[in-house]
Write a protein that binds this ligand. Structure first.
Ligand SMILES: [Zn+2]
Ligand SMILES: [Zn+2]
Length: 362
């Protein structure tokens, strides 16, 4: 299955995905001299490379995550030529600054997707289909069971859940990855409430963010993404009744932490594509699950792959064998690359370990 063609523009090496004519890597997991980074999630953006290149809108986030790196940025769509390889970055719609990498050399065009999502979420440039001969795709949710409700539907569900809880004097804790998902919920709720507010007059309560969100929210705001005001828990007096009407946005690893006690007997929920499966929600031990994902669902993956016009597809992470088999049976030349990409969860846990929930520097 792992056929190596000397004409390949990207090959899998122990360090990461490598472009032989350009002599650089894409999202390498071991230290290399030149790394093109698709986005700042820590399974894709690691410390220790000599030179980094990312899309211009991702600059603040990448520097926040990896301070002190040598970083060049490229506006979406702008082409540079490196050792004869024409390189450009195109929106992946995954998180702020996320990019697909387009490479052209010797008449061939390859695109490496990184992580992507096809629905426009309002917090980053929407996914752009890029024509190519070979498409390297993720497959995090590459099973036919994964089909997301629209973002508007999910935001309405989250908002209604918050309203019901607030009316009952119960705080609402929603667990969401600190980078990307949290900002999407904040932005999405603000826009949903904007429409609702005209009718009802007020939010059900304050929005409280875990300290791990603060610098990321800041980076989004600096990039021009509008977010609602987010308080720290300590901005409210310990026995304030407002705590019982609050919506608390916290990373999943904050679940069960002492920080949550001040909110009393709260209702909790997890926002993740994995919530589409009932068993995952039970294992998480939360009251509600919202299937809000920053990755393409099954129809999204297939539509993105088709839109590239590629005849060859290489699958990097997620449900790899299922996707490879599905594509092969339908006439694509499909194969897998073994990579070290995976869940954002580990990164998230680290971010929380490094951050005080009240946002104080540690
Ligand atoms: Zn990601
Ligand atoms: Zn990934």
């Amino acid at each position: 299955m792992q056929s190596i063609d000397p004409q390949d523009l990207i090959v899998a090496r122990p360090e990461g995905l490598y472009c032989p004519p350009g002599d650089f890597y894409i999202d390498p997991w071991r230290p290399v001299s030149h790394a093109v980074i698709t986005h700042a999630h820590s399974d894709h953006a690691r410390i220790g490379h000599g030179h980094y290149l990312c899309a211009e809108p991702g600059r603040g986030l990448l520097l926040a995550r990896l301070p002190g790196i040598t970083l060049d940025t490229l506006p979406y769509g702008e082409r540079i030529v490196h050792r004869g390889v024409t390189l450009s970055l195109h929106p992946a719609g995954h998180v702020l600054g996320s990019a697909q990498v387009r490479l052209e050399h010797g008449g061939r065009v390859w695109v490496a997707s990184g992580d992507y999502k096809v629905e426009d979420d309002g917090t980053c440039a929407p996914f752009e289909p890029v024509r190519c001969d070979t498409f390297i795709t993720e497959s995090t949710f590459g099973l036919p069971i994964y089909r997301w409700p629209t973002q508007a539907t999910l935001m309405a569900e989250i908002f209604d859940w918050w309203c019901v809880n607030a009316a009952a004097g119960r705080a609402s804790v929603v667990y969401a990855y600190a980078f990307g998902k949290a900002q999407r919920i904040l932005s999405g709720l603000m826009r949903h409430a904007g429409a609702t507010l005209a009718l009802s007059g007020a939010l059900p309560g304050p929005i409280v963010g875990h300290g791990a969100l603060t610098s990321l929210n800041q980076a989004y705001r600096e990039a021009g993404v509008e977010l609602p005001p987010v308080m720290l828990a300590t901005d409210l007096p310990a026995r304030s009744p407002a705590l019982r009407r609050a919506l608390i946005v916290a990373p999943p690893s904050a679940q069960g932490s002492p920080w949550l006690r001040r909110f009393g007997d709260a209702s909790d929920a997890f926002a993740s594509g994995w919530m589409q499966l009932r068993g995952t929600r039970r294992r998480r031990g939360v009251d509600r699950g919202f299937a809000l994902s920053d990755h393409a669902d099954w129809p999204g993956l297939l539509s993105a792959i088709s839109a590239t016009g590629a005849e060859r597809v290489i699958v990097t992470h997620g449900n790899v064998p299922v996707m490879v088999r599905y594509l092969s049976e339908r006439g694509w030349r499909a194969q897998a690359f073994e990579t070290a990409y995976g869940e954002e969860e580990d990164a998230d846990a680290q971010a929380v370990a490094d951050t005080d929930p009240e946002g104080r520097a540690t």
